[in-house]
Write a protein that binds this ligand. Structure first.
Ligand code: R1P
Length: 289
């Protein structure tokens, strides 16, 4: 069936609405960063640059690193942006934009996020690297889709019980990463754990400035949750949304986190740019190994 113009929106030059990209502009290996200014910090390592564009917070640069074609895209902050970025990237490779119909042959993207994050455990210190084994979706974006087949009910129910999770909040869905990418990116330099993805930076991550929280003990309960040796290691704002939509759309995804804050002992990295730059160099080299 042909997709209506109101649902799949193209710009006058044929590029997709928010990302401003045409199919030929992107590689199948993609790096996501949150901050638009982090795109250049990744692509400064590239051998060649073939294309760059930006619309709103979505900046894309495509080039090669050690001969491998890679696109680097900034997603901005939050799961709502990930909904736009994943759906539009998938449309670029799996929908024929001229006929507006899904292609018969599926193209799989390999998506690696390089983000910043706060650790919830004193033993995962600032300036370390962490690979998300799963995303714990605390923000609800994924609940607009049919998620039963990617859910992990045993661990989700244990989490609801352990935290006495309010029924007024969205269901906490657990989604796993793309194993092939995890295998590429893991090493003894990298912690692993479940990454909780919140729909905000302050209250949704348990920060108090002037507003009291619905559950002031939630971070402590998240911190003490353990299910068959799976623990929730860190909090940020994109990973579960990337993992969920990548699984549903048939793509591979992994999230690499530079730990810049430790919420358990209240510390913040003295040089957050260094750990991010180190994680960029580490991830690029692992992707081409
Ligand atoms: C909040 O400051 C932002 O930083 C983290 C969070 O997930 C959120 O996007 O990631 P990035 O540094 O990749 O943006």
């Amino acid at each position: 069936m042909s997709i209506q113009h109101s649902e799949l929106i193209l710009n006058p030059d044929g590029s997709i609405y928010h990302l401003n990209l045409r199919p030929e502009h992107i590689a199948t290996d993609i790096i996501f960063v949150g901050d638009q200014y982090r795109v250049d910090k990744v692509t400064k390592h590239f051998d060649t640059i073939e294309f760059s564009t930006q619309k709103r917070e979505f900046k894309t640069t495509t080039g090669t690193y050690k001969g491998k074609r890679i696109s680097v895209i900034s997603t901005g902050i939050g799961p709502d942006n990930i909904d736009i970025v994943l759906n539009e990237l998938d449309a670029l490779v799996n929908i024929d934009l001229s006929t507006r119909r899904a292609k018969e042959k599926h193209t799989q993207l390999n998506i690696t996020r390089i983000g910043t994050s706060g650790s919830l455990h004193a033993d995962i210190p600032v300036d370390s690297f962490l690979l998300s084994s799963h995303g714990l979706d605390l923000n609800g974006m994924l609940q607009s889709y049919q998620v039963d087949e990617i859910s992990h009910p045993d661990i989700e129910e244990a989490f609801i019980k352990h935290t006495n999770w309010s029924a007024k909040k969205s269901y906490p869905l657990i989604v796993s990463n793309g194993k092939a990418l995890e295998d590429k990116l893991a090493s003894n330099k990298v912690y692993k754990g479940i990454t909780a993805t919140a729909g905000g930076f302050y209250g949704p991550q348990g920060r108090v400035l002037r507003l009291p929280l619905q559950d002031p003990d939630l971070n402590k309960k998240i911190d003490s949750f353990n299910y068959n040796n799976n623990r929730i290691t860190n909090l940020e704002m994109e990973t579960s949304a990337i993992y969920g939509l990548a699984k549903l759309l048939g793509h591979n995804a992994a999230s690499m986190n530079a730990i810049i804050a430790n919420r358990a002992n209240g510390t913040f990295s003295k040089d957050p740019y260094k750990v991010v730059n180190d994680l960029i160099a580490y991830t690029l080299d692992k992707l081409v190994e």
